[in-house]
Design a protein around this ligand. Structure first.
Ligand code: ARG
Length: 461
């Protein structure tokens, strides 16, 4: 067995169980690109500070490049006995280039190294998620553009409430996604500070330049406190929180679309490309991708919980527990990327069943609130008009559940004298939708304007 890079004071090697239990290379190898990036910046800085010769630096940079190529070509052997990504790469570098490589770990610890790697990794991961969010937004805006005038029932408590334009509903998802993106952008700003040079926890007596490495790695600045720099995973928590909120949004869309695809609703039909069948029931066509979007949100939320609980009892500075943040972090990112991709494809492959939706619109007195507003315009106080319309609805129910628009003017006048002939301009879902004028409402001018705004904003991005 080879001696560990930290093996100096040890007389015996670790047991196999301990080696298996403590290794992280089986998953943290994914950080290799960032680990190498960090090592290159570090070596470059050490040379410019006179802590290493220019020729040692060049040998190290060249060696790291070769290792990176080897990894990319799948020819690098990741060794569990070398524990983690840092020691795998460093040991391989020493093997490859010899003595100069032994200077690389000057004024550096795996504690600041891992933080640097993870922050760099998160930066790129956030950028990838932001692109996927945008793609989903674009697919929703395109879907909305196909159904500019389609009125659908709006629900509260899953009971029919008021008529809304379908694009209004679809744009409500777009707004939510925009905030999801905003949270990630925000989080990225805090991720982007450089822990490198914090060393184990206390910094170093060697004359390093942390500003140089921070700048080289495109961080905003070095982190100000070396203990803080190796202690905290709040940036991981923030990232996983942002992912969780986004995942919950996607899950709700999943639920809505699954429901709308049911026979009972029958409002939308997914194409075959995004549906799957049953192994026993030949007739089945299921919206599985969106069910799994709903299902996988559980993982994303679970990942956040794992890291929250992981961090809660830790004393300040590095603790090995922190190694356990990687798998939930990787899982959260992989999962949310998959969810967004499938949501986008689903949006590109569904059609809304306009006819069936239209046929369903008479049910549920969706125009009742518009009727109450009509009476307000006639000078009736809202509380009173609410009561009057309630009675009018009761009248409908007593007349074989007819629609408000089917009541005779005399019937309405009998409920309240404020009703006049123009009341019929307010009844029925089309009339009702046309009466909405408030900012952000479902009125078609409002919705068309917002649809245009989103088209422009998403093109510019
Ligand atoms: N694999 C470790 C992690 O993920 C790297 C840092 C280990 N540091 C140490 N002193 N054991 O956190």
């Amino acid at each position: 067995k080879e001696t560990k890079l930290w093996g100096g004071r040890f007389e015996e090697g670790v047991t196999d169980a301990v080696e298996r239990f403590t290794e992280s290379i089986s998953y943290d190898w994914q950080l290799y690109k960032y680990d190498i990036m960090g090592s290159k910046a570090h070596a470059t800085m050490l040379a410019s500070q006179g802590l290493m010769t220019a020729s040692d630096r060049d040998i190290i940079l060249e060696g790291l490049d070769q290792i990176e190529r080897q990894i990319q070509e799948g020819k690098f052997e990741w060794r569990k006995d070398r524990e983690d990504v840092h020691m795998n790469i460093e040991a391989a570098l020493i093997e490859r280039v010899g003595e100069p490589a032994k200077k690389l770990h000057t004024a550096r610890s795996r504690n600041d190294q891992i933080q640097t790697d993870v922050r760099l990794w998160c930066r790129d991961a956030i950028d990838k998620i932001l692109i996927r969010i945008k793609q989903f937004q674009v697919s929703l805006v395109m879907l909305a553009s196909k159904y500019v005038d389609l009125i659908v029932p709006g629900y509260t408590h899953l009971q029919r409430a008021q008529p809304v334009l379908l694009p209004h509903l679809l744009l409500s998802y777009v707004e939510q996604l925009e905030r999801d993106a905003g949270r990630l952008v925000n989080c990225r700003e805090r991720v982007n500070f450089c822990p490198l040079g914090a060393c184990a926890l206390a910094g170093t007596g060697l004359p390093i330049d942390r500003f140089q490495t921070a700048k080289d790695l495109k961080f905003t600045a070095p982190m100000k406190n070396s203990i803080d720099a190796v202690s905290d995973r709040d940036f991981v928590l923030e990232f996983l929180s942002a992912n969780s909120i986004a995942a919950v949004h996607l899950s709700r869309i999943g639920e809505e679309w699954v429901m709308w695809a049911s026979e009972e609703f029958g409002f939308l039909t997914p194409s075959d490309k995004v549906s799957t069948g049953s192994s026993i029931m030949p007739q089945k066509k299921n919206p599985d991708p969106m069910e799994l979007v709903r299902g996988k949100s559980a993982r994303v939320v679970g990942d956040l919980m794992t890291v929250l609980i992981l961090c809660k009892g830790l004393p300040q500075a590095y603790n090995r527990d922190l190694q356990e943040d990687k798998e939930p972090l990787f899982d959260s990112v992989k999962t949310i990327l998959g969810m967004l991709e499938v949501c986008t494809e689903f949006a590109q492959n569904i059609s809304f069943n306009s006819e069936r939706i239209q046929r369903s619109l008479p049910a549920g007195h969706l125009d009742a609130t518009t009727l109450a507003d009509y009476l307000v315009k006639k000078g009736v106080p809202f509380r009173t008009s609410h009561e009057i319309v309630g009675k009018s609805v009761a009248l409908c129910v007593s007349k074989n559940n007819c629609q408000l628009s089917e009541l005779q003017l005399d019937d309405l006048k009998a409920v309240h004298p404020a009703f006049e002939a123009d009341v019929y301009e307010y009844l029925g879902v089309e009339n009702s939708v046309n009466k909405f004028i408030s900012y952000g409402s479902t009125g078609s001018n409002q919705v068309k304007k917002q649809l245009d705004d989103w088209r422009i904003q998403l093109e510019d991005w």
